[in-house]
Design a protein around this ligand. Structure first.
Ligand SMILES: O=C(O)c1ccccc1NCC(=O)[C@H](O)[C@H](O)COP(=O)(O)O
Length: 215
């Protein structure tokens, strides 16, 4: 039997959409805490979302190069995971994991074979790796851009690496991605939206259905 696929829906902003995501059968939900994101959620709203998710779906707060006070404030809310989506070094990831006391996803941008080789430096300091597209020059944020990358590059990745695939996934391409890349999990944001930050119930349901059909 194949391993179960972890499905993460990122950029949920409201309790209604959290309920939709749980009912659709996702395993993880991502809440953005980054001012420049169209999916940004305040600390006050994060508290309510994390508490509503607890014990029902794994929660993950996505941060970009956070300082220690931001890490402490978020960790105090008790998410299951913190995802680091900025240029954090392995040393900084290790320090944040120790400070926060929660599991860490380290997101890494992939655009070349060198980027794939760079993954090895994070395996001892993060609990899971999320491979995303490299943002285009001039982008105002490092993720959630609906950009995909060449999945063939991942053929060079050590198969024991616990990674999730993201970047430009949609209900239309997710089954092919799962069959070709065989990731531990998948993550989506733009592909289940009708406009930046506007999630759609039918797209979330179709994404999860199509992803699971490929396992
Ligand atoms: O979603 C954002 O706005 C965002 C902003 C800054 C850093 C990370 C961000 N998203 C993190 C994610 O995990 C996204 O799901 C991932 O980048 C894939 O996004 P997409 O290509 O839009 O599906």
């Amino acid at each position: 039997m194949s391993d179960p696929l972890i499905v993460k829906i990122c950029g949920i902003k409201t309790l209604d959409l959290l309920e939709t995501t749980i009912a659709a059968g996702a395993d993880m939900v991502g809440f953005m805490h980054f001012q420049r994101s169209p999916r940004h959620v305040s600390i006050e709203d994060l508290a309510g979302l994390i508490s509503a998710a607890r014990g029902r779906i794994e929660s993950c707060v996505v941060l970009v190069n956070p300082d220690n006070s931001c890490v402490a404030e978020v960790a105090a809310l008790g998410p299951d995971w913190i995802q680091l989506h900025g240029p954090e070094s392995p040393h900084r990831v290790e320090a944040i994991r120790a400070e926060a006391g929660v599991e860490i996803i380290k997101a890494l941008p992939i655009g070349s074979a060198d980027d794939v080789a760079h993954v090895a430096g994070f395996l001892d300091v993060a609990d899971r790796i999320l491979l995303d597209a490299k943002p285009p020059k001039g982008a105002d944020r490092p993720g959630g851009l609906g950009e995909s990358f060449d999945w063939q590059l991942l053929k060079a990745l050590d198969p024991s690496v616990p990674f999730m695939l993201s970047g430009g996934l949609t209900p239309d391409n997710v089954a092919q991605a799962v069959r070709e890349v065989r990731p531990l999990g998948i993550d989506v944001s733009s592909g289940v939206e009708t406009a930046p930050g506007v999630k759609n119930k039918m797209l979330i349901e179709a994404f999860i259905r199509n992803a699971r059909s490929a396992v």
